[in-house]
Design a protein around this ligand. Structure first.
Ligand code: AKG
Ligand code: MN
Length: 194
C-alpha cells in the first residue's frame, strides 16, 4: 500500500479530504471490480416519466439499501471490493457495511445533484468514495440554506475522497456529463447503513 498524498479541500461547512495513490495498481483493480460486479442499469422515475439511469450500478452490503425509490438487496462483498473496503476503513478510521458501485461507461454517463443524506446513513455520515479508470470531475454546490461558492475536484484513478462531518448537510454533489472523450470509470462509495 503506497503512502497516500492527503489534501483537505478548503470548503466551508464541509469536511472533505482527497487521498491520492491509495492503491498500487488501480488498472488491475478496475479490471477485477468490473468482472466481479453484477452491473445493472436501473430505471428511474422523475416527474412521472421513466428513464434509464445514465450509468450502471451494483450494491454489495450486509443490509439492503434504498435510495431514490430503488431497493438493492443485501449481497456479499466480492474479493477485490473486500480488499478496497479494508483500505477505505483504514484511511477513514470508520467501518463500512455497504458499497454502491457506479460504472460511468463514457462521458455521457453521469450522476445528478444529490447529497448522501438518507436517514439510513445517520447524521453526519462518513462516505469514502474510491475512483478507478478515467478521471471525472465531481462538482459541489451549496444546499439552498447554505451560502458558498460552487467548486469542483478531479477524481483520479486510485484515489479516495473522504466526505464526513457536515458535508452532506450543507452540500450537494454531482458527476456531470462531459463532451471530452473519456473512457470508463468505476466509483465505489462506501457507506455505513445504521
Ligand atoms: O461517482 C462518484 O464519484 C460519485 C458517486 C456518488 O456520489 C454516489 O454514489 O452517491
Ligand atoms: Mn453521492
Amino acid at each position: 500500500m503506497p503512502q497516500a498524498a492527503e489534501t483537505t479541500l478548503a470548503a466551508a461547512g464541509a469536511d472533505i479530504v482527497m487521498y491520492e495513490d491509495v492503491f498500487d495498481d488501480p488498472d488491475r483493480l478496475y479490471r477485477c471490480v468490473d468482472t466481479e460486479a453484477d452491473w445493472r442499469q436501473e430505471d428511474i422515475t422523475l416527474f412521472g416519466r421513466t428513464h434509464k439511469m445514465p450509468r450502471l450500478v451494483c450494491w454489495m452490503g450486509e443490509r439492503p439499501y434504498t435510495y431514490s425509490g430503488l431497493t438493492h438487496p443485501a449481497a456479499p462483498f466480492s474479493p477485490a471490493v473486500a480488499t478496497i473496503r479494508k483500505a477505505a476503513e483504514r484511511i477513514a478510521g470508520s467501518r463500512f457495511n455497504g458499497v454502491l458501485l457506479n460504472l460511468y461507461r463514457d462521458g455521457r454517463d453521469s450522476m445528478g445533484w444529490h447529497a448522501d443524506d438518507e436517514a439510513s446513513l445517520g447524521a453526519a455520515p462518513v462516505i469514502a468514495s474510491v475512483s478507478l479508470g478515467a478521471v471525472r470531475r465531481m462538482r459541489f454546490k451549496p444546499k439552498p440554506h447554505f451560502k458558498a461558492e460552487t467548486f469542483g475536484v478531479d477524481l483520479p484513478p486510485g484515489s479516495l475522497l473522504l466526505m464526513k462531518g457536515a458535508t452532506q448537510t450543507n452540500w450537494l454533489h454531482a458527476i456531470p456529463k462531459t463532451a471530452k472523450p473519456v473512457g470508463p470509470r468505476i466509483n465505489l462509495t462506501f457507506r455505513m447503513i445504521v
